[in-house]
Design a protein around this ligand. Sequence first.
Ligand SMILES: [Zn+2]
Ligand SMILES: [Zn+2]
Length: 359
Amino acid sequence: MLDYYKILEVPKDTSQEDIKKAFRKQALKYHPDRNQGNKESEEKFKEVNEAYETLSDESKRRRYDLGESNIGGFNFGENFNNPFSFGFDPVDIMSRFTSHFNREGRQQKENIQYVVSITIHEAFNGCEKEIEYERFVKCKQCNGQGSENLSDIKVCPECKGHGTSTASNGFFTISSRCQYCNGSGKMFITRCSLCGGSGFDKEKEKVKVKIPPGCQNNNGLKIREKGNQQEDGSFSDLIVFIKIIEDSIFSISGSNVLANIKVPLHYAIIGGKIKIPTLHGEKEHEIKPYSGDKYVFEMNGLGYPSYIGAKQYGSQYVHIIWEFPSSGIPEEIIESIKNIPVNNQTFPEYTSTSSGKDA
Ligand SMILES: [Zn+2]
Ligand SMILES: [Zn+2]
């Protein structure tokens, strides 16, 4: 592993300011234009750039100090298919998907993934949400060049500007990102004071997202060209993932809705009409007398859309939960219920339920 501090001739605890100064000094010293055809200084120039790439980035520098090599690489790919597996800060999600490299080895900014939480009613009816996130845009100070001074930008002598280096063992040729220029194909004598040479800056963006009725959990909506800006000026896409917040009454299973409805206990005995909430509004339902402890029924066509935007709906399955009086049932009522014969039979008294152990 190269000693980056030695290459820049700075002490280990040096400030970012001094690293910048040291880089400029060393880059000028080994500048290819001043050392025409000198292979050794060309090599030095590449090392100076590599050292600066790492030490000028606080997080890369920390990992380098801890002895990690190959720090130039980007951390992307883990959990790529599951935007819900990490903690929800959308900015954090974005920073994990900052870059990857296309076939030419050029740095390519990823689509941005954003998770928006909505209620089940919003999912059913459709809604509009304004979301705010950060995205990369070309640095305004250097116009995306990485340096304010165009003459200070050189073609990387290692990869000749392609951004990739190739290695061959006779059978296979393996292309990988050029480690000297970090895939940019460029090397700098001075770097833009705003973006540090990356050519990109972060910008806050607000977008209104129309969420159509009938979305399912984890559905993604693509909003074209609202992602990160690319080197060629175009933009990647913003992908908004739907997360439906858990509801105390309703849950969705495909096009069916499961509803847990609390009903006062006396309906179980004397029956009566009640209002059942559905996503389509309240519907009257008649409970028959003596309907028992488990009570489930189907409400046809009052479920969730079969697909996004559909006018056909599945069923709502209602699970009645009998609600006991919060103050308890008065003793004399319990006594009189106990003495009512069931199917013309009287049953022996069970004492175990209240007093405990013996059945
Ligand atoms: Zn290179
Ligand atoms: Zn800049």
